[in-house]
Write a protein of this length. Structure first.
Ligand code: C2O
Ligand code: CU
Ligand code: CU
Length: 510
């Protein structure tokens, strides 16, 4: 006998796109066709004696991603994700983070140039019932940053359950650009995440070794925690602050009608001028602000387009997983334009920012950062030879993620950097998959990737960079003070399972 549920199940299965390693697509009957995009609450805190104070609470709860299904989830001041925090360059900020969960956690302010003690990372934790109150002065230009759990060995599962949010920095210059700035109206954050739901509509965080080797990828997208979202524009031009908030998946963004959009900001702030694009790749942790023409009347979609099968040599057990990675197309957001007719191109500022490009000659040190998977000679046997045999490339298959031959060790400092100096880091990917490499505190510039100039979409300040399989990227960064000889900063792969399993290191700024 075929039940109604089974029919729905097979209907959903035939409509399902294959390619994700973990195809446990939710089979619950109540998947909504489309629903209004949720926009996280905007939180500006309270001003007390010139200090902007925020109160955040890490909490568990239930969220209705599916109609009539309560999914157990975590959030910050809510049941899933957190509010968008808004601060201004020059302001003194204090954030009280209270942990109402029943396990340790910590929040990190990704993209923020803050003192090491306020940065939030694996050396710090907030015990259940405790409150942590980092403070800092905002010392950086306008940007779309974010915050997320950064607990030792647990960033992956904690972010997956919902501990993340956006953090917007404004400054005087951004006020004068004439860009869309009405939060929730024409200035919209988009947190893109992929998840796996079980048949009962509950999150599944896979624990299989192979999921952790390549990073946890889901087959269902949540955008600001909305399943199948749609957005109704009311202005002819809409600014999207896009965060790849996935644990591991890379997204290649495009508009379904083939139209152009304009990128105005990279991770850490405005670009020199708007960049017209039809495609944009964001790896986990990266952000971009784009302007989308919403003047017409025909609905279109922001979509993820699948990348072609990568040409990778044979890596045994993981070959199929690597080939399937990021090949799943997704609709990200249905957009209903405003219907407001404008003639010609939208009016965009010709100049957004002045960027001082750091010359290589400014660097007083050059460091090599080697990203590695596997356990070196003698481990992970049974893999193919070929041009990238594992011995030559530092290993593949041992299940251990490393930087410069070492798993994250809280007692080991990879680099001690004098505040006020500039360095070049060469990040060398010895593995057959992309790693998004992130450095805390600093905003860097990309010098080159595999010897070629960075993409136009990367010409600006960055804190996370796509390091291609078996390739390398050179970045240059100015390490401003203040230093702290007792608390290190992290650098790591932003595939959260890689970070959790050891592809992380530390520098001390003194
Ligand atoms: Cu967004 Cu150390 O991470
Ligand atoms: Cu960070
Ligand atoms: Cu990685």
């Amino acid at each position: 006998m075929v039940s109604r549920r089974d029919t729905l199940k097979s209907l959903l299965l035939t409509g399902m796109v294959v390619g994700a390693p973990n195809c446990l697509r939710s089979l619950h009957a109540a998947e909504p066709a489309t629903q209004a995009l949720r926009v996280p609450a905007l939180e500006t805190g309270r001003l007390v004696f010139g200090e902007r104070i925020f109160d955040l609470r890490l909490q568990s709860g239930v969220t209705r991603f599916y109609q009539d299904v309560e999914t157990a989830s975590w959030g910050i001041n809510g049941s899933y994700l957190g509010p968008t925090l808004r601060v201004r360059n020059g302001e003194q900020v204090r954030i009280h983070v209270h942990n109402s969960l029943d396990e340790d956690s910590i929040l990190h302010w990704h993209g923020m140039n803050v003192p090491a003690r306020s940065d939030g990372g694996p050396h710090q934790h907030i015990a259940p019932g405790a409150t942590w109150s980092p403070q800092f002065r905002v010392r950086q230009p306008a940007a779309s940053c974010w915050y997320h759990a950064h607990t030792m060995h647990k960033s992956g599962p904690q972010v997956y359950r919902g501990l993340a949010g956006m953090l917007i920095v404004d400054d005087e210059h951004s006020d004068t650009l004439g860009l869309p700035t009405e939060y929730g109206i024409d200035d919209i954050p988009l947190v893109i995440q992929d998840r796996i739901f079980d048949r009962d509509g509950q999150f599944v965080y896979p624990e299989r070794m192979q999921d952790h080797m390549v990073g946890v990828r889901g087959n269902t997208l949540l955008i600001n925690g909305t399943l199948n979202p749609s957005f109704r524009a009311s202005r002819p031009l809409t600014r999207l602050r896009i965060l790849n908030g996935a644990n591991a998946r890379n997204f290649t963004l495009a508009l379904s009608n083939g139209a152009s959009f304009w990128q105005v900001a990279t991770d850490c702030g405005f670009m020199e001028q708007p960049l017209e694009l039809t495609q944009l790749v964001l790896t986990p942790g990266e952000r971009a602000e784009i302007l989308v023409d919403t003047s017409g009347s025909e609905a279109f979609k922001l979509v993820n387009i699948p990348v072609p099968e990568p040409d990778i040599p044979y890596y045994g057990l993981f070959t199929d997983l690597l080939r399937a990675m990021d090949r799943q197309p997704f609709d990200i957001l249905e957009i209903h334009p405003s219907g407001i007719a404008v003639t010609g191109m939208p009016a965009l500022p010709d100049k957004l920012a002045t960027i001082e490009w750091l010359p290589e000659s400014a660097a007083t040190a050059v460091r090599s950062i080697r990203l590695q998977m596997g356990n070196g000679p003698g481990q992970g046997g049974g893999l193919g030879g070929g041009p990238h045999a594992r011995r030559e490339y530092g290993g593949w298959g041992g299940g251990i993620h490393k930087i410069n031959g070492r798993e994250m060790d809280p007692a080991y400092i990879e680099a001690t950097i004098i505040a006020g100096t500039t360095e070049i880091w060469e990040i060398i990917n010895e593995t057959p998959m992309i790693h998004p490499f992130h450095i805390h505190k600093v905003h860097f510039q990309i010098l080159d990737r595999n010897g070629e100039p960075p993409l136009p979409s990367e010409r600006g300040f960055k804190d996370t960079v796509n390091v291609p399989a078996l390739g390398s990227v050179r970045i240059i960064a100015h390490f401003s003070g203040p230093g702290d000889p007792l608390m290190p900063y992290m650098f790591h792969c932003h595939i959260l399972e890689h970070e959790d399993h050891g592809m992380m290191g530390q520098f001390m700024l003194i």
